[in-house]
Design a protein around this ligand. Structure first.
Ligand SMILES: [Zn+2]
Length: 399
């Protein structure tokens, strides 16, 4: 929220409510009202009033009081469970699904269908996903939860301003306006974004606070395509249109094999799932755990695949780290289970190619939220609108 003139009373209250909600929901451990006052610079009386309103609206809750010496015991505050929820939706190459997440980061419901959607009709697939969303929404609303909105994740270049999918090479979709095809309820706010970026945001908001990732990292997810996202100080760096992070199409060797994007020698052609499975004589639909088992074997084919993928990933990541000065890389998708195998090859490239590596070694770690992370990230993105502006929810709750 920005304000150019003297803050109006209402906007000041809106801002203070958001600050209070954020302080509690983003805290590493439950805070008391006094803690919130200390962190936000507001008086205890003001914080108490705002907290009461957030509790009444079902956004925060009070935990059992804890005594820490003389005086009144402190009442820890936490985000409320199963009250206000967000819906994440996703179409990817090998599944479609929806997930409902609450303010605590818990998954309260989900429906996921594994199937090969390459070359599927966008109209039919998104129509089916919309039906699935209706079912999920009906299920959680029947339990008294209020749905904030839905956010759709797609594996391609999504113009977030125009809500338009330009291209999803691995689905073979182009120039799709996806949201109307979902036919969601009219009153439900819906938005669309890129799956890797949403999966990266899931690492910030979509899990218990104690499990959350560092606030500055490069996220790299391996699937048929390779997605990437840049998170700096807890904010997604999306670029002008939301198209940043396309690490999968960084050139590893200009003379390399043709890529589905039209270029040649892209990272995807060395470390994408399609290349990994074909090198091992497996089918593209193979389950991730089978692929991981196969790559863990000690035969030449597995070792070559791991070495090639690790070196190419490290080479592409080194370019990103040199540009952005990031010291943490989180691996998602199928890479999450491959971290022990891929890390040596990646680390070698980072060590030799990152100028600052001797003084700031780059940590390569599995992403904390690994299972269909973009679904969680989409739901969390919807929920974030409440955290950033709780006022309309308070008005609705207090009627
Ligand atoms: Zn490419």
């Amino acid at each position: 929220m920005t304000s150019t003139g003297p803050a109006r009373q209402a906007s000041l209250r809106e801002r203070n409510l958001a600050m209070t909600a954020r302080a509690v929901i983003d805290a590493a451990a439950p805070l008391s009202r006094a803690d919130v006052a200390a962190r936000t610079g507001m008086t205890r009386a003001t914080v108490s009033t705002l907290v009461d309103q957030l509790i009444e609206a079902g956004l925060l809750t009070e935990l059992p009081a804890v005594s820490s010496g003389p005086g009144r015991p402190a009442v820890p505050l936490a985000p409320a469970a199963r009250t206000v929820v967000g819906v994440g939706l996703e179409v990817n190459v090998d599944y479609l699904g929806g997930r409902v997440v609450d303010l605590t980061g818990a998954v309260v419901d989900e429906i996921v269908f594994a199937e090969n959607l390459r070359g599927s009709s966008a109209t039919i697939t998104l129509g089916r996903l919309g039906g699935l969303a209706h079912d999920l929404i009906a299920r959680v609303e029947s339990q008294g939860m209020r749905v904030v909105g839905a956010h759709l994740a797609l594996p391609g270049l999504v113009d977030t301003r125009a809500e338009l999918l330009r291209i999803a090479p691995n689905l073979e979709w182009s120039d799709v306006t996806p949201l109307p095809l979902l036919c969601l309820p009219d009153h439900l706010p819906a938005t669309v974004g890129n799956e890797a970026k949403l999966a990266a945001l899931a690492q910030l908001w979509g899990c218990r606070v104690a499990d959350r990732a560092a606030r500055t990292f490069l996220y790299v997810s391996g699937d048929v395509g390779i997605g990437g996202a840049i998170i700096i100080d807890g904010e997604l760096f999306g670029g002008r249109r939301g198209w940043s992070g396309e690490l999968g199409h960084v050139t590893i060797d200009p003379a390399g094999p043709a890529c589905r994007c039209g270029a040649s020698g892209c990272l995807e052609r060395y470390a994408g799932k399609e290349v990994l499975v074909s090198g091992l004589g497996l089918d593209i639909d193979v389950a991730d755990d089978v692929l991981i088992d196969r790559l863990s074997a000690s035969d030449d084919a597995a070792r070559t695949a791991v070495r090639t993928a690790g070196a190419a990933l490290g080479q592409a990541m080194a370019g990103a780290v040199n540009l952005l000065d990031i010291d943490c890389v989180l691996l998602g998708g199928v890479y999450t289970g491959l971290v022990p195998l891929l890390r040596p090859g990646i680390a070698e490239q980072l060590r030799t190619r990152v100028l600052g590596a001797p003084w700031a070694p780059v940590d390569v770690a599995p992403a904390p939220v690994a299972d269909h992370a973009a679904l969680t990230g989409g739901a969390a993105t919807s929920l974030r609108t409440v955290v950033e502006d709780p006022m309309p929810w308070i008005a609705a709750a207090t009627g």
